[in-house]
Design a protein around this ligand. Sequence first.
Ligand SMILES: Cc1cc2nc3c(=O)[nH]c(=O)nc-3n(C[C@H](O)[C@H](O)[C@H](O)COP(=O)(O)OP(=O)(O)OC[C@H]3O[C@@H](n4cnc5c(N)ncnc54)[C@H](O)[C@@H]3O)c2cc1C
Length: 395
Amino acid sequence: MWRSHELRPSYDVVIIGAGAHGLAAAYYLGQQHGIKNVALLDKNYLGAGASGRNTAILRSNYRTPEGIPFYDASLKLYECLSEELEWNLMFSKRGHLTLAHSDSSVTGLRVRAENNQLLGVDSRIIYPEEIRALAPAMDLSPAAHYPVLAALYHPPGGIIRHDAVVWGYARACDRMGIQIHPFTEVTGIAVENRKVSGVQTARGFIQAGAVVNATAGWATTISRMAGVPLPIVTHPLQACVTEPLKPFLDPVIVSATLHVYLSQTDKGELVIGAEIDPYQSYSMKGTLPTLEQMATYTLELFPQLHGVRVLRQWAGVCDMTPDFAPIMGAASQVANFYMDVGWGTYGFKASPIAGKCMAELIATGRVPPLIEPFSPARFQNGRLVGEKAAAAVSH
Ligand SMILES: Cc1cc2nc3c(=O)[nH]c(=O)nc-3n(C[C@H](O)[C@H](O)[C@H](O)COP(=O)(O)OP(=O)(O)OC[C@H]3O[C@@H](n4cnc5c(N)ncnc54)[C@H](O)[C@@H]3O)c2cc1C
């Protein structure tokens, strides 16, 4: 799939973090701009970060006029990616339902539906009768603890095979001659005259024309090495998977009120997720309280799942920004240092478009309009994006 290499003394671009974002940036640098003297460095195996731990939901039904076109462009790239990479990514467009259990949630979802429609994204409010037709197994009775009043229905949403995305991009990078170096931890960044000039790794020093921070949950540990502060805190996010069941659930179901979401894989397992752990940590261990929360709230929606066994539970670490929107762009404090971070609990779906835009920025020096609103400067000029309503639980 990809070859091992000795480190070269120098690369045009060094990307720290070989998750889906780092890999996508490398892929589009080579594929779109012919820049192939690129090294991807990861302290672990490929996909060891959140890219191999997420619940693989793709959607573009965000809330803000900045977020909606950005995520929509990513979904469109995903639609053609299996063909482009010649690798089956198993993208299954089964529709996405965000539930409303209160009048204020219905109002919030209506704003999202209208913003989506204005910007050409297929999403609309539906009510219990139509919800029942899409998810007949869900408890929609008015006597439920938290009755479902309505849902935001987003037909283009779905799930994908996350490992396949990582492997597909990695194989395509390798075929172009881009070098992938797993188990190569970055321990320092060299800055001379306010310019980043290279990185120190556990395998030696490398000179670099440009350095990209694509380390998600570890983003601040890397940016600190370059003297670039980031308004990011790291929280664990947990998920679990059950034993396989006969297929009974088509759409992805999300309830922000219950802090739970679930989908059924092609193999029949239920993949269930939660909100972030309430404390900052780099821990990637599951905890019993979160497992109990995921089970309790799943049973509120699907009481018949009582007794189903959980096969595995895990956690990844998420780089949370104050406005639940990512940070993409060049650092203002030092030259040649780029950031593709702040992906929180929702960044997997953005990997293709973020990678493509970051590659364009690095290759041309121009900021693509799609990522301009997500520049690091927004925290200085007070132009936050405000995506929390569509990103806090609905990953
Ligand atoms: C449980 C869970 C569920 C999620 N569900 C979804 C979802 O359904 N949909 C969605 O869109 N998003 C979801 N996300 C978020 C999504 O997974 C992430 O935002 C995304 O994968 C980030 O990708 P990345 O490539 O930026 O980072 P990562 O995949 O985390 O990669 C970062 C890499 O940096 C490496 N690294 C760190 N420090 C160093 C160093 N010093 N030197 C070298 N390498 C280093 C790490 O080893 C890691 O491989 C979820 C996340 C979790 C944890």
